[in-house]
Design a protein around this ligand. Structure first.
Ligand code: MTE
Length: 355
């Protein structure tokens, strides 16, 4: 197995394709298409633009099946949104948890162009009891993890109706070019502020439901343990928790003592803007403010930097960054076990060697 793919991505799984962006290469606000991580549960379907149909049905008055040309003829919108896989940074968990051992790069920031989902839902005419919108991809198969359904299923996720009507985009372009096959050609959903699993690729079916959707990737996978009155209950993951990551230095990078070094990274959050990033270079005893390199933009990351004077004596040093959002939520110090192997947003230690 080769170590990397054409865009320099790290191979976590060859087929279905799961490729990671080497986060220490972060150097642009928009992640180039060829460097954007790929997370696919099933084999990527090949869809011809000419025969593509997007079905809208369920609890609606006017079900329809629309073509790509028709979708592209509707008023378009372009947004910048960060997509982070809920399992990003899983490799930091001790003891190790099952699943792809993503480091820091199952995240990217891109410009997405498409049609608001609200436009299609308006045209379809929602029934009064409509409550959720299921987005279904063309990829079909048996999930890798137990308990599996008895028959192959399509990848699907639902979103609450208020979110569906708010800012979900049916995107056909990424950074100004047609969506590449691995990112969902010809149409995918972009659900801003939610973990990547919600942004269904190869979207072929929009189904409006009057009841709660209980699909595989809604309950068995991509769920977490919340609680109601002290009783644990299973809920689907949704909004991205506040997080920052250090791109440079890399873990175990060897740095020359007594030299200046610019620590560099990015921070993002699904709800509310990231308003501060702090850095510690002494394992958490003291924290100092980093400076932002990008302005606030809803649902998009902000890169940041911090000018560090590397200590004049050799040793091992632990760097951590900590972001805070406008609501005052900060990254926790420890992993929250309710998420089992997802939402790894605690302040991640990056150990470096000074000599
Ligand atoms: N959509 C379909 N149809 N099939 C998938 O396997 N993976 C989801 C989501 N949409 C997936 C999907 C997950 S878990 C993530 S993190 C994002 O797509 C990744 O999008 P990307 O591969 O374009 O980075």
């Amino acid at each position: 197995m080769s170590a990397s793919h054409a865009g320099g991505l790290i191979i976590r799984q060859e087929e279905p394709r799961n490729l990671e962006f080497p986060f220490d290469r972060l150097d642009s606000y928009l992640t180039p298409v060829e460097s954007f991580y790929i997370r696919s549960h099933l084999h990527a379907p090949m869809i011809e633009a000419d025969s593509y149909r997007l079905t809208v049905d369920g609890a609606v008055k006017n079900p329809s099946a629309i073509t790509l040309n028709w979708l592209k003829s509707l008023p378009a919108k372009t947004i910048v949104a960060t997509l982070e896989c809920a399992g990003n940074s899983r490799v930091f968990l001790v003891p190790q948890k099952p699943g792809a051992q993503w480091e820091l790069g199952a995240v990217g920031n891109a410009e997405w162009t498409g049609v608001p989902l609200a436009t299609l839902l308006d045209q379809a005419g929602l029934n009064a009891n409509a409550r959720e919108v299921v987005l279904e991809g063309a990829d079909r198969g048996l999930p890798a993890e137990l308990p599996r359904p008895p028959e192959p299923i399509n990848y699907s996720r639902s979103i609450p109706l208020d979110k569906a009507l708010d800012d979900v985009l049916l995107a056909y372009a990424m950074n100004g070019v047609d969506l590449p096959q691995d990112h969902g050609f010809p149409v995918r959903a972009i659900v801003p502020g939610h973990y990547g699993m919600a942004s269904v690729k190869w979207l072929i079916h929009i189904r409006v439901l009057e009841e709660q959707f209980q699909g595989y990737w809604q309950t068995i996978d991509y769920g977490f343990w919340d609680e109601v009155g002290g009783i644990p209950v299973r809920r689907p993951l949704s909004q991205v928790a506040v997080k920052s990551e250090i791109a440079r230095p890399r873990t175990f990078e060897v740095l020359p003592k007594g030299q200046p070094f610019t620590v560099y990274g990015a921070a993002w959050c699904g709800t509310g803007d990231v308003v501060s990033v702090e850095l510690t270079t002494d394992g958490g005893q003291t924290w100092a403010a980093a400076k932002f390199l990008d302005p606030i933009r809803a649902h998009a990351w902000r890169r940041w930097s911090y000018d560090w004077e590397i200590p004049g004596h050799p040793g091992r040093f632990t760097l951590k960054s900590r972001a805070r959002n406008a609501a005052g939520e900060s990254q926790p110090e420890k992993f929250d076990e309710r998420y089992f192997s997802y939402v790894v947003n605690y302040t991640l230690p990056i150990e470096v060697v000074v000599q």
